[in-house]
Write a protein that binds this ligand. Structure first.
Ligand code: ZN
Ligand code: ZN
Length: 263
């Protein structure tokens, strides 16, 4: 499916509905704009499809998809410009750059700000609204729609799209999920999480095209007096009621909340 085309079509439908008066037409406008936002999110997700787990590809919720895209690439959702230039010598920065195009993708901010708000307009008034005689405000719907139309038009008028560059690193999580993540451009470490088992990692660029994946863990000393082995348990497993087995003495333990006296 050509999602970009779908986004444009829904934007046009929204504008056509909003050009007619009445609450019903305002609601049709909100519905079409919601679908336009969904199409733009799927369009962006297409770019990261190979790096995304199936469970996320299957979801229709833009916010969930966008959150996963940002796990893969912290720069997704930010405008970017593609330029080229001739290197004066191998590896030297070109003096003159020619711009190919600029892309403004859909961002988490736009989704957070508008997507759910639009959804709330598509329901019947609640019992409380009826009782207090507070009917749905047509003007409010139209204001929200017009604000979003401007944002969508900006995204659709991008002169380049699906700019996809950057260093990536792939690692197989303990749960078996394959994780691919972009490294930060400034070389600083970044934290990321496996969408399947929720283990979190710190990714550090250690040079020579290599990347270190350090799982976030807690140090736990085996309570068995004859063992006392120090185990490192993933942060995502430190939940009351969770069990773990000591690799040395094979004893099973349950994680519980503890209280200690304050001295
Ligand atoms: Zn995992
Ligand atoms: Zn032990």
């Amino acid at each position: 499916m050509k999602y970009r085309h779908e986004a444009k079509q829904n934007l046009e439908n929204a504008k056509a509905s909003l050009s007619n008066p009445g609450l019903v037409n305002a609601k049709y406008g909100a519905l079409s704009l919601r679908m336009s936002v969904e199409a733009l999110t799927y369009d962006l997700a297409d770019k990261y499809q190979d790096d995304m787990p199936l469970s996320i590809i299957d979801t229709w919720q833009p916010r969930k998809i966008m959150a996963e895209i940002l796990e893969i690439d912290p720069y997704a959702g930010r405008p970017s410009t593609l330029s080229y230039g001739r290197e004066p010598a191998l590896g030297k920065t070109p003096e003159v750059f020619r711009e190919i195009g600029t892309e403004t993708p859909i961002s988490l901010e736009v989704i957070k700000k508008h997507y759910h708000a639009l959804g709330s307009f598509l329901h019947l008034p609640t019992l409380r609204q009826i009782k207090s005689d507070r009917q749905q405000d047509e003007e409010k719907i139209r204001r929200r729609c017009n604000e979003l139309i401007g944002g969508i038009e900006k995204i659709l008028s991008s002169t380049a799209w699906n700019i996809n560059m950057g260093n990536t690193s792939t690692m197989k999580c303990e749960c078996g999920e394959s994780l691919t993540r972009r490294l930060k451009k400034d070389g600083k470490p970044r934290d990321t999480q496996c969408p399947h088992c929720h283990q979190s990692y710190r990714l550090t660029d250690i040079g020579d095209g290599k990347c270190e994946w350090e799982p976030h863990t807690q140090k736990i000393t085996c309570p068995n007096e004859d063992c006392k082995t120090v185990e490192y348990v993933g942060n995502h497993l430190i939940t009351p009621g969770n069990e773990f087995i000591c690799d040395t003495c094979n004893k099973k333990y349950k994680i519980a909340l503890g209280v200690s006296p304050i001295t």
